[in-house]
Design a protein around this ligand. Structure first.
Ligand code: B4P
Length: 191
């Protein structure tokens, strides 16, 4: 089973590249951002609570996203592998994911970390904000808050995965095709 984590700051291209990876390698895409936005669109209780935090650029509680991922893993037992996009975002989420995958005997093979400068992240997100309708894409101070959340809560995961010898840095600036080629070269070492 090929389990991959796509790691990087908001706007680094995780969602964009996850789409290319699942098509090429026939894997299942698990994006916690997409799952939360589906809950918001469905106006569920979970979605309404998550929206309050997401609109401010803050992370939603670990227990919420871990529960969502657990359900998706249980519902996709025949998958050839998963691309985790935007999850894990905290050390607690990463530990929970390791425990869940251990149950299935299929640990994470590689963590691909997209490296993009802060100016480029802000530029991309504000550009997307012109059409995405996402409140968290439209205001520079919210975008900056997302980056602060990333630096304080998510970036420490890089050492968590480096300690497991799973972290690979990929230059995340350049054309989508060039970045996809670099990601594919790494994935091919594991497939
Ligand atoms: P996410 O939905 O995960 O989204 P994202 O951070 O916006 O980024 P992504 O890196 O996927 O960027 P994309 O490819 O779209 O999170 C949203 C919110 O949900 C979080 O702030 C948080 O509140 C909550 N959340 C989600 N998961 C959570 C978790 N596990 N725990 C707690 N809270 C959680 O790219 C961005 C833009 O750049 C696009 O417009 C794209 O077209 C463009 N782009 C991509 N590659 C490019 C390239 N090479 N060159 C130029 N532009 C490019």
């Amino acid at each position: 089973m090929l389990n991959i984590v796509l790691f990087g700051p908001p706007g680094s291209g995780k969602g964009t590249q996850a789409q290319n990876i699942i098509e090429k390698y026939k894997l299942v895409h698990l994006s916690t951002g997409d799952m939360l936005r589906a809950e918001i669109a469905g106006q569920t209780e979970l979605g309404l609570e998550a929206k309050k935090l997401m609109d401010k650029g803050e992370l939603v509680p670990d227990s919420v996203v871990i529960g969502m991922i657990e359900n998706k893993l249980a519902g996709n037992k025949e998958a050839k592998g998963f691309v985790f996009d935007g999850f894990p975002r905290t050390v607690a989420q990463a530990s929970a994911l390791d425990d869940l995958l251990e149950k299935y005997g299929n640990p994470i093979k590689v963590v691909l970390s997209l490296v993009v400068s802060e100016e480029e992240l802000t530029r991309r997100i504000l550009e997307r904000g012109k059409t995405s309708g996402r409140a968290d894409d439209q205001n520079e101070s919210i975008v900056r808050n997302r980056v602060v959340e990333y630096r304080t809560k998510t970036e420490p995961l890089a050492s968590f995965y480096a300690a497991q010898s799973k972290l690979v840095n990929i230059a995340g600036e350049g054309s989508i095709e060039e970045i996809f080629a670099a990601l594919s070269a790494e994935i091919n070492k594991h497939s």
